[in-house]
Design a protein around this ligand. Structure first.
Ligand code: PLP
Length: 410
């Protein structure tokens, strides 16, 4: 991987400064930076063929339709779906998960159970709370092991004949552990339950193959994988998408309706895409996936693991850093500087030009498990470097005296 060339592709990595210091972007789990290829594709759409999709009979509208439907194929290939008709464009992971929760509601009955974990992001908890209240079903949590991992043994103990849906993050956005999703799918399907996979933190960083995993649904967000904000994907097995009710109604998702309220719906995926979609997002997503494919997801995965290992080795030598997930596989490092409130640490990192995330990271149930008011999360991407990690470690070294360090620089 030619890292200098890759960094040239990202305008924000070409010498940008923050607080007068070279920008170090370690908040990739929140959103990724965007390469020029993606920005150009969006500009090109607005500058040379801006039209609505699935509605016009003229040349530039046709070009939009071609790009739009091409993207569906590119996404289907990227996650190895059986067909592009299993790919629904959404606005983000949260929207996809809400659409599934709403769409499956009619299949739930009193006494049924939905299984989650304590490590889930709000977007994979709150839609299920809503469904549980509406349908009088219970939410249960698969216990985490002492490190915060989800194990097959604990899944087996939690499954029973009442389990109807199991919804889990493929990679936790706080602890960064990777779920053994295909083994989980096998167990879950023994009970006839649906397996919903939240891929917000996996799809951008590793090869995800829905056929191999055999999940029933997978949701992810474009903005975490080099594409613009406001575009996401809901993958569902076609026969399940056919059964599901659409959350949104409007133009584009019906074939006809009459004055008496009779409505015929489109078949999936269009059934779920009411209203003018995020066309620039779809076009940007295609460019993003092409860019990721050029580098190769295996190479991305390998590089991020190497960077993480390098960072952990450095951080472990410091006696003022508490690490919460040193052995997790992905590029997410969650820690605290001893005796420093996480948001104060965040301000200190900002003063040094380093972007990290602080607080509860939308996984509010996990806070009790970690027994902390909040943590600092540094999340790496393939375009980060060991030199940036060195600066980050040096910054952590002085983090205990963060106020002194802050003023010493003034
Ligand atoms: C594991 C996980 N699930 C869901 C989401 C929600 O993603 P979005 O805000 O793009 O809908 C996030 C965002 O950080 C996440 O990390």
């Amino acid at each position: 991987m030619d890292i200098d060339k890759i960094r040239e592709d990202f305008p924000m990595l070409r010498g940008l400064k923050m607080q007068g210091k070279p920008l170090i972007y370690f908040d990739n789990a929140a959103t990724s930076l965007k390469p020029k290829k993606v920005l150009d594709a969006i500009y090109d759409y607005y500058a040379s063929y801006c039209a609505n999709s699935h509605r016009g009979d003229y040349d530039i509208a046709h070009r939009v339709d071609v790009e739009f439907e091409e993207t569906r194929k590119v996404v289907a290939n990227f996650i190895n779906a059986k067909s592009e008709n299993e790919i629904v464009f959404t606005s983000n992971t949260s929207m996809g998960l809400n659409m599934i929760a709403y769409g499956l509601m009619k299949e739930l009955h009193e006494g049924d159970e939905i299984l989650l974990s304590e490590a889930e992001h709000a977007s994979n908890v709150l839609p299920w709370f809503h469904v549980a209240q509406e349908k009088n079903v219970s939410i249960k949590y698969i216990p985490l092991d002492s490190k915060g991992r989800l194990t097959l043994a604990n899944l087996k103990k939690s499954l029973n004949e009442h389990t109807k849906i199991v919804a889990l993050a493929h990679v936790s956005n706080v602890l960064g552990y990777i779920l053994d999703a295909s083994s989980f799918a096998k167990e879950i399907h023994k009970y006839g339950a649906y397996f919903v996979l939240d891929g917000a933190q996996s799809v951008p960083h590793m090869k995800v193959d829905v056929k191999e995993i055999d999940c029933d649904f997978l949701c992810f967000s474009g903005h975490k994988m080099l594409a613009p904000t406001g575009i996401g994907v809901l993958y569902g097995k076609y026969e399940l998408l056919e059964k599901m009710d659409p959350l949104l109604s409007g133009g584009g998702m019906n074939t006809r309706f009459d004055m008496c309220g009779n409505v015929s719906l489109q078949v999936p995926p269009l059934k779920f895409e009411a209203g003018t979609p995020n066309i620039e997002g779809v076009i940007g997503l295609k460019a993003a996936i092409e860019y990721l494919n050029e580098i190769g997801m295996e190479n991305i995965d390998k590089r991020e693991r190497e960077l993480k290992k390098y960072a952990i080795e450095g951080l472990k030598k410091l006696d003022n850093v508490i690490l919460y997930n040193e052995d997790s596989e992905s590029g997410i490092i969650t820690f605290n500087i001893k005796d420093v409130f996480s948001q104060d640490a965040g301000s200190y990192f900002n003063a040094k030009g380093i972007c990290v995330r602080t607080g509860l990271h939308c996984a509010k149930i996990l806070t009790d498990f970690l027994n902390t008011d909040g943590t600092v999360r540094a999340s790496l991407a393939f375009y980060n470097t060991k030199e940036e990690i060195d600066t980050f470690i040096e910054t952590c070294r002085n983090g205990g005296n963060f106020l002194d360090a802050f003023f010493a620089d003034e």
